[in-house]
Design a protein. Sequence first.
Length: 418
Amino acid sequence: MSRRQQLLVPIVVALAISTGGGCLCWLTGDCDRKVTPPNEPTPASGSSNVPISTILSWKGGDSPDGSIVRHDVYLSATNPPVLYRPSVAGRTLTLDSLGLARTYFWQVVLIEEDGRNIVGPVWTFTTEYPPEFLSVAFPNWATYWAPGESRNIQWRSAYAGNNVRIELYKSGLNLCAIAESTPNDGIFEWTLTGCADRSDPDYRIKVTSLVDESVYDYSDFFTVRSTCPIEILAPYEGQTVITGQRFQLQWRPLGVSSNIKVALHLYKGSDFRYILVPVTPDDGAYDWIASDFSGGSANDYRIRIMDLNQLGCSQFGEFFSIHACATPVTSPVTDEVWPLGSQHTITWDPTGLPDFVELELYHDGNFVCVLDRHVPNTGAYLWTVTRCTSLFGREFQIRLVTANDGPCGFSGRFDLIN
């Protein structure tokens, strides 16, 4: 054998071995026989929030000469994955009852008839988290928090890793980071700082997992209470105000400002409802004909007072209830005139009311007298307009009321003349 022939043999053997699987295709003549390797996995590698019951699928395993290719699937929560299902028929595999919030590793190994292996890449996916896997419990919608006051931010810490980030938001804007990284133990004491520089009810705390930033939760909206000296006296906490009646809002006068703004806020979340009056003297009282402004009967109304002479000085009162009078009193109607001594029929919708109702007379939102305490609920009452008051003029109303704070309603504003 010549020296050239001696060098050629090891080179040929080395090339044959490098084709994979120990196949000496150059010697056997089947180098054109290629099986497509595993590819295009579903779910895509790196997917998250995958249902715990899902279907794995892939492409690959096609053989040009039609030889049989076996698909073995490896799957586990560890890497490298272990054999999970040998000889899978087709290119799909249904999985049931995977673990929640868990990352899985999987790959497909193709095995040809002659025993050659084509090993696919290792793919991953992460299953869905359980409901409320991370939820902020405090602060909540009833929280008042003043600058300089320390409170414990609290959250459920499941499935959020070892550390979380805590941030302060207002109206959807990130104000500051309370803690860039803190142990995920469900509690963090924080002193409210100048980061929250305005008294408003639309602050929230956000807690975010540092291992997966798609895992986060916001607290309820809560109120930052300003340090300005406004003190609201009425309505007080838990007080009930009835729509249509005159009610006096009260606060402790500041003594330094000539004007303040008074506003009514309905808080289901942090919704602003209505400005009662844009400017009123700082005399400590404002007469208000109560209205729910389509909010309905509820116990989460609040009054906000703002000092127009001091930027950012405002205060929220305690939560109180509004009882909405929503039963239609259809007669008298607005601007109707009823003379003293005449007879007129008061009418109302009797649907859903008890057997007897009470009828009362009001003037400009103030109670005047009772017309009849024991009126059969027929929907009509003939009233001889009598003098139960020395008042005459405009802005009179008939109020229907039932016992135990049940349904109530007002008529239109009519005129009484002598």
